[in-house]
Design a protein around this ligand. Structure first.
Ligand code: PRP
Length: 216
């Protein structure tokens, strides 16, 4: 049995066509089913639904043989015990710095101000500002980072931006792009050895589907 860890939403939706390339169809819709383990039409493959930030943990410790996770999540988690054979080029977005439209970020940075930055991505933010030589106090949040500059909790946020609509709706502006993000296939090291043929078949099918996509 092969267990694939996915998170609901964009990653699940964009992984379905890749599974199809391998001839695998998931038999239940996570938006309507309450099940956490979803069968597929291949009796040897099942999907487990986990929170996005838990995907690397499940795969690292063998709760799943492989999984799909955003590069953001992977960087924050660390990649110990995980083989990363493929950039799937799905669920693309970026990690950016954003501030209130009326906040003069460039001057604050120029003047060497100590910025308060709220984020779920503490590791990425720490490294980015350290490389720029900007002093920051990082405030860890678990959701709705957009609220932090609006309430005075922070001067800036580091968050995922896709269309930019969430920032716009909250009068925030993107002032720096830190990195481009896409989802990665991660595989448990031991499973890759023990279940070599079936996992290889999936990796190859995912690679074919990914190669067929436009580069942009
Ligand atoms: C992300 C991110 C932003 C939003 C950006 O949240 O945290 O809030 O998407 O997308 P946009 O630029 O297209 O508006 P997501 O919906 O992934 O959920 P999260 O808050 O749990 O991270």
């Amino acid at each position: 049995m092969i267990t694939l860890a996915l998170s609901k939403g964009r990653i699940f939706d964009e992984t379905l066509p890749l599974l199809q390339e391998a001839g695998i169809r998931v038999l239940e819709d996570p938006e309507t089913s309450r099940k956490l383990i979803l069968p597929t039409d291949d009796p040897q493959v099942r999907v487990v639904l986990v929170r996005a930030s838990d995907v690397p943990t499940y795969v690292q410790y063998g709760g799943a043989d492989l999984g799909v996770t955003g590069l953001d999540t992977l960087i924050e988690h660390g990649s110990q015990g995980l083989v990363q054979p493929l950039d799937l080029r799905i669920a693309r977005c970026r990690v950016s710095v954003a501030v209130r439209a009326d906040y003069d970020y460039a001057s604050a940075v120029r003047q060497g101000a100590r910025l308060r930055v709220a984020t779920k991505y503490v590791g990425i933010a720490r490294e980015f500002f350290a490389a720029k030589g900007v002093h920051v106090d990082l405030i860890k949040l678990y959701g709705s980072m957009e609220l932090a500059p609006l309430t005075g909790l922070a001067d800036a946020i580091v968050d995922l931006v896709s269309t930019g609509n969430t920032l716009k709706a909250n009068q925030l502006v993107e002032v720096e792009r830190i990195m481009d993000i896409s989802s990665r296939l991660v595989v448990n090291q031991a499973a890759l050895k023990l279940k070599q043929p079936s996992i290889r078949r999936l990796i190859d099918a995912f690679a074919r589907a990914t190669a067929a996509r436009p580069q942009a």
